[in-house]
Structure formats: C-alpha cells, structure tokens
Design a protein around this ligand. Structure first.
Ligand SMILES: Nc1ncnc2c1ncn2[C@@H]1O[C@H](COP(=O)(O)OP(=O)(O)OP(=O)(O)O)[C@@H](O)[C@H]1O
Ligand SMILES: [Mg+2]
Length: 339
C-alpha cells in the first residue's frame, strides 16, 4: 500500500499539489460521457493528474450503479456498492473517476491492514545528518486533505480497529483527530469516500465470502447510498466481453460468447438451487474468453479457468451445464496432454 509518494508527510505544504485543481471546474453531460439516458450534468475537473485512473474506452456503464456513484461525486454522498464478486463494482467507481478526472485510489481492506496503516506512525528519519523521530501520516489523513477519492475495497473484510477509524470520517464533516499529534484534520471539500463489499454487512449468508465480517450497524447507518450491482442481463454481459475482446465480434464467435455467458448463468442458478457451491462471475467469463485466445480450445480453457476450481463431486453437474450450452461434451481427459 505504501508507494513512496503515499508515505510523504501530508501535513507538509508540498502535498497540496497532488492535483492541479482544488475543485471541479467544469460540468459534463452524463448522456454524452457515460452513454446513459438522462439529462443529468455532473461537475468534473478539466485537468488530469497522476492519481486519475486511466480510461478504459470499452467500459460499459450500468445505469443505476453509475448514477449512484455520480451522486457520490457531485453531492458528496458516501456510497457503498454491494454485490457478488467480479460484477464490476470497483472498476465502475474507477472508470467514473477516470472520466471526470477525479483522483482516485483503491485500498484493499484485507485483514492485514491495520489502524496504524490508515492513520500513520512515528518513523525515524535523517534530517541534516541527524536521526529524528517524525510522524508519517497514513493513507487516510493524506487522502482526506486533498481532492481525492478513496475507495475501500473488500470493506466487509476490514478489521474492527480499522472500521472504527473509518467510522470517524464517514460523516461528510467528519474530522479526523490525530490523538498523538494533537491535531484535527478537516476533510478537503473535494475528498470523496466509497466502499465495495460482497455482503451487506450482515455477515456471509451464502458461504461464498469466507473472511468477511458483520458490519456494525452504527457504521452502516453512515453510508448515505447503498447500491447493488449483481449480474447484468445476458446481452449486456455478452457485450462487455465483445467490447473487451473485439476478436470475438464475428459470426460464429459471437454465438460462442453467448454460450459462455449461458454456462455462467446456469452456475448462478445452480448455486441458488443448492446444486453447486461455486459460481462463475463475469470476471471468470472474461478470463475464460482470454484463456481461449491463448489455447484456442474452448473446452480446455473452460477446464483450467473454472472447472478445476469446482469441487470434484460437482464437476459432472458443471460439465452438464457446458454440454447443454455448447451442444457437445467436455472432452474426456486426454492423458498425453499437459493439463
Ligand atoms: N460494465 C463493465 N464493462 C466492462 N468491463 C467490466 C464491466 N464490469 C466488469 N468488468 C470487468 O470485469 C472484471 C471485474 O470487475 P471488478 O474488479 O470491478 O469487479 P468487482 O465487482 O469489484 O469484484 P470483487 O467483488 O471480486 O472485488 C474487470 O476486469 C472489469 O474490467
Ligand atoms: Mg472489487
């Protein structure tokens, strides 16, 4: 998490330069920039900078997810995106930020991120040839004081000590008190905070998300907008693959992509009925399509991308899904082939 630029002392004057502009200075049309059916206009920065994510030209914006994120940017709302894995939560926030030139960094709240990582610590540094102890601010005070979007990914996996630190800045005017520094940090007017989670804070009810925790309801209460992004419509998912991998956009291959998405949908339905315990995410479909461009063998690519990840007792069911969508059996194991 600590790149050299992130560990600079945010309390020093040099840190106000992470973005050339302090506030959004233009307004853009959501219809034109995001291709959505709405007359909304949103504020944006006219200049980019190092922390603005790169634009993915092929990205397809989901209507409700995108307007929730845009409300977060334009009205300074705290937005949480919840949904199954690999549905596009993190990248939606990143791609919105990319298009409005809002600096954005993602922090994965896995169980190793500690309170000290977020807030900061004393460090011994060399100053004029002498060793001195100096406070090095963590990512939160650093981000809080600038035009910056902080995205907490895997928010439901965060440790309790970390969650209570975040709770303090969830309120829009939420000031951060650095106890050992006797200082209070006020959020910059262009600071934004988002989170993505697989669960809705009530613990893992599906068995899919080992390692997640329940989220304190006092904390959930402070998120202003909770949007859900689960699986998209069949055709939309096909279009995402085709826009990412245009080589599939031809007769014969388009049908293949549609069949791949159908297999994924069958795993999702099968999971809901309790037939299998592993689901195929949109990310996995994309990986399958990518692997197939390497191996030029759709069945083998399926095996290494998804089937081998499934419980052995469930593989025949998954193989049947494949057979139903592709009209042929998954090849028998060929011992001469390296798998
Ligand atoms: N609407 C979309 N348009 C283009 N690509 C997409 C879209 N949605 C998802 N993807 C692609 O799918 C992959 C997974 O997306 P992402 O990492 O944002 O999922 P996520 O919901 O954050 O998953 P997780 O819950 O596991 O963190 C990425 O490669 C992303 O580019
Ligand atoms: Mg994510």
């Amino acid at each position: 998490m600590h790149s050299s630029s992130m560990t600079r002392d945010p309390l020093g004057p040099s840190d106000t330069t992470c973005h050339p502009l302090e506030r959004p200075d233009i307004s853009i049309s959501v219809r034109q920039v995001f291709g959505l059916e709405t007359d909304l206009e949103v504020p944006a920065f006219s200049k980019s900078s190092t922390f603005v994510p790169e634009i993915d030209e092929t990205y397809r914006f989901d209507h409700y997810t995108t307007i929730a994120i845009l409300a977060g940017f334009s009205h300074n709302r705290r937005v949480m995106l919840q949904g199954y894995h690999g549905t596009g939560k993190s990248t939606h926030i990143e791609q919105v930020a990319a298009r409005i030139n809002w600096p954005c960094i993602r922090v994965n709240l896995d169980s190793h991120v500690s309170r000290i990582d977020l807030i900061g610590r004393d460090a011994i540094v060399l100053r004029d040839g002498r060793q001195v102890t100096e406070f090095r601010a963590g990512i939160l005070p650093w981000a809080l004081q600038q035009p910056m979007t902080l995205v907490f990914d895997e928010y439901d996996a965060g440790r309790p000590d970390v969650m209570f630190v975040i709770q303090r800045v969830l309120e829009v005017e939420g000031k951060l008190t650095l106890l050992d520094q006797n200082s209070v940090i006020h959020p910059h007017p262009s600071f934004r905070l988002f989170a993505t989670t697989n669960t809705i804070g009530l613990g893992d009810t599906t068995g899919l998300y080992h390692g997640t925790n329940q989220i304190n309801q006092g904390q959930m209460d402070r998120w202003n907008i909770i949007a859900t992004l689960n699986y998209l419509e069949h055709e939309e998912e096909v279009q995402i693959i085709l826009s990412k991998l245009p080589e599939y956009n031809q007769t014969g291959l388009r049908e293949q992509v549609a069949a791949m998405v159908s297999v994924a949908e069958m795993t999702r339905n099968g999971f809901m009925c309790g037939d299998i315990s592993t689901v195929m995410s949109p990310r996995t479909v994309l990986t399958w399509a990518e692997n197939n461009t390497i191996f030029q063998d759709i069945a083998y690519s399926f095996r290494v991308t998804f089937l081998n990840r499934c419980d052995e007792t469930e593989r025949p069911v998954v193989a049947e899904y494949y057979q139903r969508c592709f009209g042929h059996d998954l090849e028998e194991e060929n011992p001469t082939r390296i798998r």
